[in-house]
Design a protein around this ligand. Structure first.
Ligand code: AMP
Length: 576
């Protein structure tokens, strides 16, 4: 396996891998089976054999709960070859959707090497499309480590991003390529970390060639933070002194070493941030930035409008599709519109299989359907992703539904459709994540002409009265910086109705028969979705990997938003 530092021409490598996808997938599966056929898990199904056909017929498709007992044993210190022949060196903590129960994914040295290679490939795609951007300046990349958790075995459980930030190979390139000091990234207080990363990004303003985070949420969080702190940041820049409330010694040392009184810089930032409208603020503050890099597909698509607003015309680049279980796809056309973004799978990252999903219901309800190999997926078809990796997941359901939208060489390109199992349901209706996002997108078009942005949304099925009904939480904001926002109640009711009209036939017929009551919209105060994020981060979610849940199932999370409701609106009539 090529390590990242041996790897010179990422684009060439992607071409080779995607041209030979079938062969590479076969070799990878053979490698995994040869290595791990003797493990306790695989030998139950394969009896020590390594042939692919046996793997396909005997090894079951599983989800996390099925293999949790094996993983728990490793976490508790059982050192026998349970899932993989190689030693587990740490676990990634994954939540998939923030708010779901965290999972532990075993990591071996091979996984760490793949992680570096994957990141090198992502970098090379950006360099190819943006004139060697990583050689011309620095990334202002908002990165937040999470506290490691010690498992009884002594192995650390950490988010995949934290694992990366702690990898020496990342640290070796950090100061050349990024504005954030490692101390700020590793600081466990999210506010101190954010303040220092923003400050470092502003101090090195003229060097910043791209503004990024893994997911759109962290960039928007940074802009919100800047709204509250720009005056203080300017004052620190002017005096060359770091604010007293930054008490983390690592942060203090790192920032103090790059700070000196700079009234000119402070003035220019103050002039920009003091404008009433923050339209294009990112471009104005970092004028050499060529694009904003962050995942803007799936549940993140709700943030595209705000990022475009703050970006002032900077392209949005949604570069990768990955999960803690496996690094999967790369967007080879980084300049494509967010709604057209598709990820070409990288065939040496995992052995990928795809369980066909019914296009209309987006379920894998039909029994005995066989998963298909990467190179055998069909254009236009939706699939649930399964991964097999050397560190010990076999035919494992990641929980995502993807749609084939094309091919690069012999390798398919996928659009992200939705997270499986995020479902609102009252009666016989089943509203998936994609259904809900579509309905929200449809309804919010009513707010566009009013200059109002939907900052965040989520939902839950309220069954406390009969019949139950869908509740949507919406946070709204005026485009032009004014915090006081009054929306005509009739418009909000129309939004409720528009959503209902966009939901599927079963929902609408249940509404007609009064098996579901009118959809309710609860408009919450500004900042509510930040408080929701803080809540999930305090419960263990990683800020770098935070994804707003489309649907809430925690009572506390619902209470957080309920306590900030400013207005409640109901759909005024039964949808057609
Ligand atoms: P985690 O392992 O906690 O980081 O979560 C991984 C999950 O994030 C994936 O399984 C997807 O549901 C989601 N995700 C990752 N990348 C993307 C992407 N490019 N577009 C949409 N969702 C994504």
């Amino acid at each position: 396996m090529a390590a990242a530092n041996e790897f010179e021409d990422g684009s060439k490598m992607i071409e080779e891998l995607t041209a030979n996808a079938e062969q590479i997938q076969e070799q990878l599966l053979a490698h995994i089976l040869n290595k791990n056929a003797g493990t306790e898990y695989l030998s139950r199904y394969l009896n020590g054999k390594t042939d692919k056909q046996l793997f396909k017929t005997n090894v079951p498709v599983v989800s996390y709960e099925d293999i949790k007992p094996y993983i728990d044993r490793i976490a508790n210190g059982d050192k026998s070859n349970i899932l993989s022949a190689d030693s587990v060196v740490e676990f990634y903590r994954s939540s998939g959707t923030s708010g779901e129960k965290p999972k532990l994914i075993p990591v071996t040295d091979e996984t760490r090497n793949l992680r570096m290679l994957y990141l090198a490939l992502l970098t090379s795609v950006l360099d190819k499309h943006f004139d060697n951007i990583h050689q011309t300046g620095k990334r202002l990349d908002f990165m937040f480590a999470k506290q490691d958790i010690d498992t009884p075995s002594g192995l650390k459980a950490r988010s995949v991003t934290t694992g990366y930030y702690k990898d020496q190979r990342f640290r070796n390139i950090l100061s050349k390529r990024y504005t954030s000091p490692i101390e700020a990234i590793l600081c466990l207080d999210p506010n101190q970390s954010m303040y220092c990363q923003l400050l470092a990004g502003l101090l090195q303003r003229d060097e910043v060639v791209l503004v990024a985070s893994n997911f759109a949420t962290a960039i928007l969080r940074a802009v919100r933070f800047l709204e509250d702190y720009w005056k203080e940041l300017c004052s620190d820049i002017r005096s060359g002194q770091l604010s007293d409330w930054i008490t983390d010694s690592g942060c203090r040392n790192a920032l103090s070493s790059i700070m000196e009184p700079n009234p000119r810089l402070a003035d220019s930032i103050q002039n920009i941030c003091g404008c009433k409208s923050w339209d294009g603020i990112i471009k104005k503050l970092w004028p050499k930035a060529k694009f904003i890099g962050a995942v803007t597909t799936g549940v993140m698509s709700q943030y595209v409008e705000r990022l475009e607003f703050y970006g002032g015309g900077l392209p949005l680049v949604s570069g990768c599709y990955a999960c803690s279980e496996a690094f999967c796809g790369v967007n080879l056309e980084p300049l494509s519109e967010p709604s057209n973004v598709a990820y070409t799978f990288v065939p040496n990252m995992a052995y990928f299989e795809f369980l066909p999903v019914n296009k209309d219901t987006l379920t894998t309800s039909e029994q005995n359907i066989e998963p298909v190999d990467l190179v055998h997926v069909k254009l236009g078809q939706c699939y649930e992703l399964l991964v097999t990796i050397a560190s010990g997941l076999y035919r494992y359901k990641v929980g995502d539904v993807l749609k084939v939208t094309g091919f690069h060489n012999a390798t398919p390109r996928f659009q992200f459709v939705e997270r499986q199992n995020v479902i609102l349901s009252i009666d016989s209706d089943k509203t998936s994540e994609a259904d809900l996002l579509k309905a929200v997108t449809e309804a919010k078009t009513l707010l566009d002409p009013l200059g109002i942005i939907l900052v965040g949304h989520t939902s839950y099925a309220d069954t406390s009265s009969i019949p139950g009904h869908y509740v949507l939480f919406w946070e709204l904001k005026a485009k032009e910086g004014d915090n006081s926002l009054e929306v005509d109640p009739r418009i909000m009711e129309e939004c409720c109705y528009r959503m209902e009209e966009s939901l599927n036939y079963i929902y609408r017929s249940n509404r007609k028969q009064n098996a579901i009551a009118a959809l309710e919209m609860r408009v919450v105060k500004q900042g509510s979705f930040d408080v929701l994020m803080d809540y999930y981060v305090s419960r263990g979610a990683s800020m770098s990997q935070y994804k707003t849940p489309t649907c809430l199932n925690s009572k506390e999370a619902i209470e957080i938003l309920d306590s900030r409701v400013m207005g409640k609106f109901f759909s005024p009539k039964t949808p057609m």
